[in-house]
Write a protein that binds this ligand. Structure first.
Ligand code: PLP
Length: 445
Protein backbone atom coordinates (compact mmCIF):
# COMPACT_ATOMS: atom_id res chain seq x y z
CA UNK A 1 0.00 0.00 0.00
CA UNK A 2 1.30 3.49 -0.82
CA UNK A 3 1.72 5.98 1.97
CA UNK A 4 -1.18 7.99 0.59
CA UNK A 5 -3.47 4.93 0.46
CA UNK A 6 -2.64 3.86 4.02
CA UNK A 7 -3.15 7.42 5.24
CA UNK A 8 -6.51 7.38 3.48
CA UNK A 9 -7.47 4.10 5.13
CA UNK A 10 -6.46 5.49 8.52
CA UNK A 11 -8.60 8.58 8.01
CA UNK A 12 -11.55 6.36 7.00
CA UNK A 13 -11.11 4.22 10.09
CA UNK A 14 -10.89 7.24 12.35
CA UNK A 15 -14.03 8.66 10.83
CA UNK A 16 -15.89 5.38 11.44
CA UNK A 17 -14.71 5.30 15.07
CA UNK A 18 -15.57 8.92 15.68
CA UNK A 19 -19.15 9.35 16.89
CA UNK A 20 -21.56 10.60 14.27
CA UNK A 21 -22.65 13.30 16.71
CA UNK A 22 -19.03 14.57 16.56
CA UNK A 23 -18.80 14.45 12.78
CA UNK A 24 -18.00 10.77 12.25
CA UNK A 25 -19.74 8.34 9.91
CA UNK A 26 -23.08 7.04 11.26
CA UNK A 27 -23.57 3.30 11.71
CA UNK A 28 -26.66 3.45 9.48
CA UNK A 29 -28.68 6.00 7.54
CA UNK A 30 -31.97 4.21 6.84
CA UNK A 31 -34.61 4.56 9.56
CA UNK A 32 -35.49 1.57 11.75
CA UNK A 33 -39.08 0.31 11.35
CA UNK A 34 -41.77 2.40 13.06
CA UNK A 35 -42.62 0.85 16.44
CA UNK A 36 -46.22 -0.15 15.66
CA UNK A 37 -46.02 -3.89 16.41
CA UNK A 38 -49.23 -5.21 14.82
CA UNK A 39 -49.57 -2.68 12.02
CA UNK A 40 -46.65 -4.15 10.04
CA UNK A 41 -48.46 -7.50 9.93
CA UNK A 42 -51.77 -6.30 8.50
CA UNK A 43 -52.48 -8.25 5.31
CA UNK A 44 -54.81 -10.61 3.50
CA UNK A 45 -56.14 -12.22 6.69
CA UNK A 46 -57.44 -8.90 8.04
CA UNK A 47 -58.85 -7.97 4.65
CA UNK A 48 -60.62 -11.31 4.29
CA UNK A 49 -62.42 -11.05 7.64
CA UNK A 50 -63.27 -7.35 7.24
CA UNK A 51 -64.55 -8.14 3.73
CA UNK A 52 -66.93 -10.72 5.11
CA UNK A 53 -68.47 -8.13 7.43
CA UNK A 54 -68.80 -5.63 4.60
CA UNK A 55 -70.28 -8.18 2.18
CA UNK A 56 -72.81 -9.26 4.82
CA UNK A 57 -73.69 -5.59 5.42
CA UNK A 58 -73.65 -6.42 9.14
CA UNK A 59 -71.19 -4.22 11.04
CA UNK A 60 -73.15 -4.42 14.35
CA UNK A 61 -72.46 -7.35 16.64
CA UNK A 62 -75.85 -7.91 18.24
CA UNK A 63 -78.18 -8.01 15.23
CA UNK A 64 -78.49 -7.13 11.55
CA UNK A 65 -79.08 -8.74 8.17
CA UNK A 66 -76.41 -11.43 8.51
CA UNK A 67 -74.05 -10.97 11.51
CA UNK A 68 -70.69 -12.68 10.98
CA UNK A 69 -69.99 -13.00 14.73
CA UNK A 70 -66.48 -11.57 14.49
CA UNK A 71 -66.48 -10.06 18.01
CA UNK A 72 -67.91 -13.33 19.36
CA UNK A 73 -65.11 -15.20 17.62
CA UNK A 74 -62.47 -12.88 19.03
CA UNK A 75 -63.79 -13.32 22.57
CA UNK A 76 -64.00 -17.10 22.22
CA UNK A 77 -60.52 -17.52 20.76
CA UNK A 78 -59.03 -15.12 23.30
CA UNK A 79 -60.44 -17.16 26.18
CA UNK A 80 -59.27 -20.42 24.62
CA UNK A 81 -55.75 -19.08 24.03
CA UNK A 82 -55.14 -17.38 27.35
CA UNK A 83 -57.35 -19.30 29.76
CA UNK A 84 -59.81 -16.59 30.74
CA UNK A 85 -63.37 -17.55 31.59
CA UNK A 86 -64.99 -14.44 30.06
CA UNK A 87 -63.88 -11.86 27.51
CA UNK A 88 -65.70 -8.87 26.06
CA UNK A 89 -64.69 -6.76 23.07
CA UNK A 90 -64.94 -3.00 23.68
CA UNK A 91 -64.17 0.19 21.79
CA UNK A 92 -60.92 1.15 23.57
CA UNK A 93 -58.61 0.47 26.47
CA UNK A 94 -59.57 3.76 28.07
CA UNK A 95 -63.27 2.84 28.05
CA UNK A 96 -62.36 -0.62 29.36
CA UNK A 97 -60.65 0.88 32.40
CA UNK A 98 -63.64 3.04 33.31
CA UNK A 99 -65.97 0.08 32.84
CA UNK A 100 -63.75 -2.12 35.02
CA UNK A 101 -63.74 0.35 37.91
CA UNK A 102 -67.50 0.89 37.63
CA UNK A 103 -68.03 -2.87 37.59
CA UNK A 104 -66.21 -3.06 40.92
CA UNK A 105 -68.48 -0.30 42.24
CA UNK A 106 -65.63 2.18 42.72
CA UNK A 107 -66.79 5.79 43.18
CA UNK A 108 -66.67 8.84 45.46
CA UNK A 109 -65.12 8.10 48.85
CA UNK A 110 -62.81 5.51 47.32
CA UNK A 111 -59.20 5.72 46.30
CA UNK A 112 -57.56 3.59 43.64
CA UNK A 113 -53.85 2.84 43.96
CA UNK A 114 -52.02 3.45 40.67
CA UNK A 115 -48.32 3.43 39.75
CA UNK A 116 -46.58 6.67 38.78
CA UNK A 117 -45.33 5.10 35.53
CA UNK A 118 -48.56 4.45 33.62
CA UNK A 119 -50.64 5.92 30.84
CA UNK A 120 -52.93 8.92 31.27
CA UNK A 121 -55.97 6.67 30.65
CA UNK A 122 -55.42 4.93 33.99
CA UNK A 123 -55.94 8.21 35.81
CA UNK A 124 -58.85 9.41 33.68
CA UNK A 125 -60.69 6.16 34.48
CA UNK A 126 -60.31 6.72 38.22
CA UNK A 127 -61.32 10.39 38.05
CA UNK A 128 -64.27 9.76 35.74
CA UNK A 129 -65.83 7.28 38.16
CA UNK A 130 -65.53 9.91 40.90
CA UNK A 131 -62.74 8.26 42.87
CA UNK A 132 -59.29 9.53 43.87
CA UNK A 133 -56.01 8.25 42.43
CA UNK A 134 -53.39 7.39 45.05
CA UNK A 135 -49.89 7.25 43.56
CA UNK A 136 -47.63 4.27 44.26
CA UNK A 137 -43.94 4.16 43.34
CA UNK A 138 -42.39 1.61 40.99
CA UNK A 139 -39.45 -0.74 41.51
CA UNK A 140 -36.77 -2.11 39.20
CA UNK A 141 -39.50 -3.82 37.13
CA UNK A 142 -40.90 -0.38 36.18
CA UNK A 143 -44.21 -1.62 37.64
CA UNK A 144 -45.83 -1.19 41.09
CA UNK A 145 -43.41 -1.65 43.99
CA UNK A 146 -45.16 -4.07 46.39
CA UNK A 147 -43.45 -2.49 49.40
CA UNK A 148 -44.65 1.00 48.53
CA UNK A 149 -48.10 -0.45 47.82
CA UNK A 150 -48.26 -1.84 51.37
CA UNK A 151 -47.24 1.58 52.71
CA UNK A 152 -49.86 3.46 50.68
CA UNK A 153 -52.91 1.30 51.47
CA UNK A 154 -55.25 3.25 53.74
CA UNK A 155 -58.83 3.32 55.02
CA UNK A 156 -60.21 4.66 51.71
CA UNK A 157 -58.37 2.22 49.42
CA UNK A 158 -60.80 0.19 47.34
CA UNK A 159 -58.83 -1.14 44.41
CA UNK A 160 -55.40 -1.41 42.82
CA UNK A 161 -54.88 -0.63 39.15
CA UNK A 162 -51.75 -2.55 38.27
CA UNK A 163 -50.27 -1.56 34.91
CA UNK A 164 -48.09 -4.07 33.06
CA UNK A 165 -45.91 -1.45 31.47
CA UNK A 166 -43.86 -1.68 28.32
CA UNK A 167 -44.69 -5.29 27.47
CA UNK A 168 -44.30 -7.31 30.66
CA UNK A 169 -45.64 -7.64 34.21
CA UNK A 170 -43.61 -6.87 37.33
CA UNK A 171 -44.18 -8.49 40.74
CA UNK A 172 -47.80 -9.25 39.94
CA UNK A 173 -48.23 -12.40 42.03
CA UNK A 174 -47.11 -10.56 45.16
CA UNK A 175 -49.36 -7.62 44.31
CA UNK A 176 -52.34 -9.96 43.86
CA UNK A 177 -51.51 -11.50 47.23
CA UNK A 178 -51.49 -8.06 48.90
CA UNK A 179 -54.87 -7.23 47.32
CA UNK A 180 -56.42 -10.44 48.59
CA UNK A 181 -55.03 -9.87 52.10
CA UNK A 182 -56.50 -6.35 52.23
CA UNK A 183 -59.77 -7.09 50.44
CA UNK A 184 -58.90 -4.76 47.55
CA UNK A 185 -60.14 -5.19 43.99
CA UNK A 186 -57.37 -5.74 41.44
CA UNK A 187 -57.62 -4.48 37.87
CA UNK A 188 -54.74 -5.40 35.56
CA UNK A 189 -54.10 -2.94 32.78
CA UNK A 190 -52.62 -5.20 30.09
CA UNK A 191 -52.93 -2.60 27.30
CA UNK A 192 -49.17 -2.73 26.66
CA UNK A 193 -48.79 -6.43 27.31
CA UNK A 194 -51.20 -8.46 25.15
CA UNK A 195 -49.79 -11.97 24.95
CA UNK A 196 -47.60 -11.59 28.07
CA UNK A 197 -47.39 -14.21 30.78
CA UNK A 198 -45.66 -14.85 34.05
CA UNK A 199 -44.90 -18.38 35.20
CA UNK A 200 -47.05 -19.54 32.27
CA UNK A 201 -50.10 -17.60 33.52
CA UNK A 202 -51.49 -15.01 31.09
CA UNK A 203 -51.73 -11.40 32.23
CA UNK A 204 -55.29 -10.52 33.18
CA UNK A 205 -55.63 -13.76 35.16
CA UNK A 206 -54.01 -12.51 38.38
CA UNK A 207 -56.69 -10.01 39.36
CA UNK A 208 -60.46 -9.57 39.23
CA UNK A 209 -60.52 -7.85 35.84
CA UNK A 210 -58.00 -7.42 33.04
CA UNK A 211 -58.17 -4.92 30.20
CA UNK A 212 -56.43 -4.76 26.80
CA UNK A 213 -56.10 -2.13 24.09
CA UNK A 214 -55.90 -2.64 20.34
CA UNK A 215 -54.95 0.95 19.51
CA UNK A 216 -52.25 1.34 16.86
CA UNK A 217 -49.24 1.36 19.20
CA UNK A 218 -50.11 -1.90 20.96
CA UNK A 219 -48.86 -5.44 20.36
CA UNK A 220 -51.83 -6.05 18.05
CA UNK A 221 -54.21 -3.53 16.56
CA UNK A 222 -57.65 -2.93 15.14
CA UNK A 223 -56.99 0.80 14.88
CA UNK A 224 -59.03 1.29 18.01
CA UNK A 225 -60.53 -1.36 20.22
CA UNK A 226 -60.00 -3.29 23.41
CA UNK A 227 -61.01 -6.24 25.51
CA UNK A 228 -62.07 -6.87 29.10
CA UNK A 229 -61.53 -10.23 30.78
CA UNK A 230 -62.93 -11.52 34.06
CA UNK A 231 -63.47 -14.75 35.93
CA UNK A 232 -66.52 -14.03 38.03
CA UNK A 233 -69.91 -14.54 36.37
CA UNK A 234 -71.86 -11.79 38.17
CA UNK A 235 -69.02 -9.29 37.75
CA UNK A 236 -68.86 -10.06 34.05
CA UNK A 237 -72.59 -9.51 33.72
CA UNK A 238 -72.11 -6.02 35.12
CA UNK A 239 -69.21 -5.43 32.73
CA UNK A 240 -71.39 -6.43 29.76
CA UNK A 241 -74.21 -4.12 30.85
CA UNK A 242 -71.82 -1.23 31.56
CA UNK A 243 -69.99 -1.41 28.22
CA UNK A 244 -73.30 -1.12 26.38
CA UNK A 245 -76.35 0.89 27.47
CA UNK A 246 -76.45 -0.20 31.11
CA UNK A 247 -78.46 -3.39 30.50
CA UNK A 248 -77.66 -6.88 29.29
CA UNK A 249 -79.18 -8.12 26.04
CA UNK A 250 -81.35 -11.11 25.25
CA UNK A 251 -80.67 -13.73 22.59
CA UNK A 252 -82.23 -11.50 19.94
CA UNK A 253 -79.75 -8.76 20.82
CA UNK A 254 -82.38 -6.53 22.45
CA UNK A 255 -81.96 -4.78 25.82
CA UNK A 256 -83.23 -6.85 28.72
CA UNK A 257 -84.26 -4.84 31.81
CA UNK A 258 -85.60 -7.78 33.80
CA UNK A 259 -82.58 -8.19 36.08
CA UNK A 260 -82.68 -5.57 38.84
CA UNK A 261 -79.01 -6.08 39.62
CA UNK A 262 -78.20 -4.98 36.07
CA UNK A 263 -80.11 -1.73 35.68
CA UNK A 264 -77.09 0.51 35.34
CA UNK A 265 -75.67 3.45 33.31
CA UNK A 266 -73.83 2.48 30.16
CA UNK A 267 -70.59 3.72 28.59
CA UNK A 268 -71.54 3.18 24.93
CA UNK A 269 -68.30 1.34 24.28
CA UNK A 270 -69.36 -1.64 22.15
CA UNK A 271 -66.91 -3.13 19.66
CA UNK A 272 -68.05 -3.00 16.06
CA UNK A 273 -67.82 -6.06 13.84
CA UNK A 274 -65.28 -4.26 11.66
CA UNK A 275 -62.93 -3.78 14.61
CA UNK A 276 -63.74 -7.33 15.73
CA UNK A 277 -62.73 -8.72 12.33
CA UNK A 278 -59.44 -6.81 12.39
CA UNK A 279 -58.73 -7.84 15.97
CA UNK A 280 -59.54 -11.50 15.29
CA UNK A 281 -57.10 -11.66 12.38
CA UNK A 282 -54.46 -9.84 14.43
CA UNK A 283 -54.81 -12.03 17.52
CA UNK A 284 -54.06 -15.07 15.39
CA UNK A 285 -50.73 -13.39 14.56
CA UNK A 286 -50.05 -12.20 18.10
CA UNK A 287 -47.76 -15.13 19.06
CA UNK A 288 -45.58 -14.47 16.00
CA UNK A 289 -45.51 -10.70 16.58
CA UNK A 290 -44.51 -11.01 20.23
CA UNK A 291 -42.01 -13.80 19.54
CA UNK A 292 -40.30 -11.58 16.96
CA UNK A 293 -40.02 -8.65 19.39
CA UNK A 294 -39.06 -10.75 22.40
CA UNK A 295 -36.29 -12.65 20.65
CA UNK A 296 -34.85 -9.53 18.99
CA UNK A 297 -34.94 -7.61 22.26
CA UNK A 298 -33.24 -10.30 24.33
CA UNK A 299 -30.59 -10.89 21.65
CA UNK A 300 -29.76 -7.19 21.69
CA UNK A 301 -29.87 -7.05 25.47
CA UNK A 302 -27.43 -9.95 25.72
CA UNK A 303 -24.96 -8.42 23.29
CA UNK A 304 -24.79 -5.10 25.14
CA UNK A 305 -25.13 -6.56 28.64
CA UNK A 306 -21.44 -6.08 29.46
CA UNK A 307 -21.33 -2.31 28.82
CA UNK A 308 -20.35 -0.50 32.03
CA UNK A 309 -22.87 2.05 33.27
CA UNK A 310 -25.75 0.58 31.28
CA UNK A 311 -28.38 -1.48 33.09
CA UNK A 312 -31.81 -2.78 32.23
CA UNK A 313 -35.27 -3.14 33.62
CA UNK A 314 -35.72 -6.29 35.69
CA UNK A 315 -38.21 -8.70 34.11
CA UNK A 316 -39.11 -11.49 36.55
CA UNK A 317 -40.04 -13.97 33.79
CA UNK A 318 -38.27 -13.21 30.48
CA UNK A 319 -40.09 -16.08 28.74
CA UNK A 320 -43.39 -14.26 29.30
CA UNK A 321 -42.12 -10.86 28.06
CA UNK A 322 -43.65 -9.57 24.83
CA UNK A 323 -40.63 -7.43 24.05
CA UNK A 324 -41.82 -4.16 22.50
CA UNK A 325 -39.43 -1.98 24.51
CA UNK A 326 -35.91 -2.19 25.85
CA UNK A 327 -35.91 -0.06 29.02
CA UNK A 328 -32.49 1.15 30.11
CA UNK A 329 -30.95 3.04 33.00
CA UNK A 330 -27.87 5.22 32.69
CA UNK A 331 -25.76 6.50 35.61
CA UNK A 332 -27.37 9.97 35.59
CA UNK A 333 -29.64 12.25 33.59
CA UNK A 334 -26.89 14.06 31.68
CA UNK A 335 -25.36 10.76 30.55
CA UNK A 336 -28.80 9.46 29.49
CA UNK A 337 -29.29 12.56 27.31
CA UNK A 338 -25.84 12.22 25.73
CA UNK A 339 -26.21 8.49 25.19
CA UNK A 340 -29.54 8.80 23.38
CA UNK A 341 -28.51 11.84 21.33
CA UNK A 342 -25.40 9.97 20.18
CA UNK A 343 -27.38 6.81 19.33
CA UNK A 344 -29.83 8.82 17.24
CA UNK A 345 -26.96 10.45 15.37
CA UNK A 346 -25.70 6.93 14.59
CA UNK A 347 -29.02 6.28 12.84
CA UNK A 348 -30.70 4.39 15.70
CA UNK A 349 -34.01 6.14 15.06
CA UNK A 350 -37.31 5.48 13.38
CA UNK A 351 -39.08 7.47 10.67
CA UNK A 352 -40.08 11.07 11.44
CA UNK A 353 -42.93 11.11 13.97
CA UNK A 354 -41.95 7.87 15.64
CA UNK A 355 -40.58 7.50 19.18
CA UNK A 356 -37.98 4.81 18.66
CA UNK A 357 -34.97 5.83 20.72
CA UNK A 358 -35.72 8.36 23.43
CA UNK A 359 -34.90 9.40 26.96
CA UNK A 360 -37.57 8.66 29.52
CA UNK A 361 -38.08 12.40 29.94
CA UNK A 362 -39.50 12.44 26.42
CA UNK A 363 -42.05 9.72 27.25
CA UNK A 364 -44.88 12.19 27.87
CA UNK A 365 -47.98 11.13 29.75
CA UNK A 366 -46.45 7.84 30.83
CA UNK A 367 -45.15 9.73 33.90
CA UNK A 368 -47.53 11.07 36.53
CA UNK A 369 -45.71 14.40 36.81
CA UNK A 370 -46.12 15.03 33.06
CA UNK A 371 -49.92 14.96 33.27
CA UNK A 372 -51.27 18.50 33.80
CA UNK A 373 -54.85 17.41 34.53
CA UNK A 374 -53.53 15.30 37.43
CA UNK A 375 -50.96 17.72 38.78
CA UNK A 376 -53.55 20.55 38.75
CA UNK A 377 -56.57 18.35 39.66
CA UNK A 378 -58.60 19.39 36.65
CA UNK A 379 -62.29 18.60 36.37
CA UNK A 380 -64.62 18.11 33.43
CA UNK A 381 -67.38 19.91 35.29
CA UNK A 382 -67.84 23.34 36.82
CA UNK A 383 -68.05 22.11 40.40
CA UNK A 384 -64.60 20.52 40.39
CA UNK A 385 -65.85 16.92 40.66
CA UNK A 386 -64.49 14.54 41.88
CA UNK A 387 -61.80 16.48 43.78
CA UNK A 388 -64.47 18.69 45.36
CA UNK A 389 -66.80 15.87 46.40
CA UNK A 390 -67.28 15.83 50.20
CA UNK A 391 -66.66 12.08 50.32
CA UNK A 392 -63.23 12.73 48.78
CA UNK A 393 -62.12 15.30 51.36
CA UNK A 394 -59.67 12.69 52.73
CA UNK A 395 -57.48 13.29 49.67
CA UNK A 396 -57.05 17.05 50.09
CA UNK A 397 -53.37 16.66 50.97
CA UNK A 398 -52.41 14.23 48.20
CA UNK A 399 -49.53 15.47 46.09
CA UNK A 400 -49.31 14.69 42.38
CA UNK A 401 -46.42 16.89 41.30
CA UNK A 402 -42.83 15.86 40.65
CA UNK A 403 -41.23 14.77 43.89
CA UNK A 404 -44.18 12.63 45.00
CA UNK A 405 -42.53 9.36 43.89
CA UNK A 406 -38.72 9.31 44.22
CA UNK A 407 -38.09 6.14 42.20
CA UNK A 408 -40.30 7.28 39.32
CA UNK A 409 -38.58 10.66 39.31
CA UNK A 410 -35.18 9.00 39.27
CA UNK A 411 -36.03 6.59 36.44
CA UNK A 412 -37.64 9.39 34.48
CA UNK A 413 -34.43 11.40 34.80
CA UNK A 414 -31.85 8.70 33.99
CA UNK A 415 -33.90 6.20 32.00
CA UNK A 416 -34.04 5.60 28.26
CA UNK A 417 -36.12 3.54 25.91
CA UNK A 418 -35.50 1.72 22.64
CA UNK A 419 -38.63 0.49 20.84
CA UNK A 420 -38.10 -2.97 19.37
CA UNK A 421 -39.77 -3.20 15.97
CA UNK A 422 -41.65 -6.42 15.27
CA UNK A 423 -39.97 -6.56 11.85
CA UNK A 424 -36.32 -5.95 12.81
CA UNK A 425 -33.91 -7.82 10.56
CA UNK A 426 -30.68 -9.44 11.72
CA UNK A 427 -28.86 -6.52 10.04
CA UNK A 428 -30.98 -4.02 12.02
CA UNK A 429 -30.10 -5.84 15.24
CA UNK A 430 -26.41 -5.81 14.34
CA UNK A 431 -26.53 -2.07 13.65
CA UNK A 432 -28.19 -1.43 17.01
CA UNK A 433 -25.55 -3.45 18.85
CA UNK A 434 -22.71 -1.82 16.88
CA UNK A 435 -24.08 1.65 17.64
CA UNK A 436 -24.53 0.89 21.36
CA UNK A 437 -20.94 -0.35 21.65
CA UNK A 438 -19.55 2.54 19.63
CA UNK A 439 -21.40 5.17 21.67
CA UNK A 440 -20.68 3.47 24.99
CA UNK A 441 -16.91 3.61 24.35
CA UNK A 442 -17.09 7.40 24.39
CA UNK A 443 -20.16 8.29 26.49
CA UNK A 444 -20.03 5.63 29.23
CA UNK A 445 -16.32 5.80 29.99
C1 PLP B 1 -52.87 2.52 25.38
C2 PLP B 1 -53.12 2.36 26.82
C3 PLP B 1 -54.39 2.51 27.37
C4 PLP B 1 -55.56 3.06 26.59
O1 PLP B 1 -55.93 2.35 25.50
P1 PLP B 1 -56.76 3.08 24.30
O2 PLP B 1 -57.23 1.91 23.52
O3 PLP B 1 -55.79 3.94 23.58
O4 PLP B 1 -57.85 3.83 24.92
C5 PLP B 1 -54.57 2.26 28.71
N1 PLP B 1 -53.53 1.88 29.48
C6 PLP B 1 -52.30 1.74 29.00
C7 PLP B 1 -51.20 1.29 29.92
C8 PLP B 1 -52.03 2.00 27.66
O5 PLP B 1 -50.79 1.87 27.20
Amino acid sequence: MTDAASAGARVGQERANRLAIEGGTPVRTTPLPWELPGAHWIGEEERELVDRVVRARSPFRFYGPDPQRMVDGLEREWCATFGHRHALGVSSGTAALTIALSALGVGPGDEVLVPGYLWVSCLSAVVRVGAIPRLVDIDDTFCIDPDDLRRKIGPHSRAVLCVHMSGAPGRIAEIAQICRAHGLGLVEDCAQAAGARQGGRAVGRFGDIGIFSFQLNKNMTSGDGGLIVAEDEALFRRIVALHDLGYPRNDAGRLDASDEACQLWGMGARMSELAGAMALAQMRKLPRITEAMRSAKWRIREQVGDLPGLSFRHIPDPAGDTGPFLLMLLPDGATAQRFIAALRAEGIAGPPGSLTCITMQEWGMHWYSNIPSLVHRRSNSRDGFPWSHPANAFAAGYDYSAGALPRCDEFRARGALLAIGSTLTAADEDDIVTAFRKVARVVLR
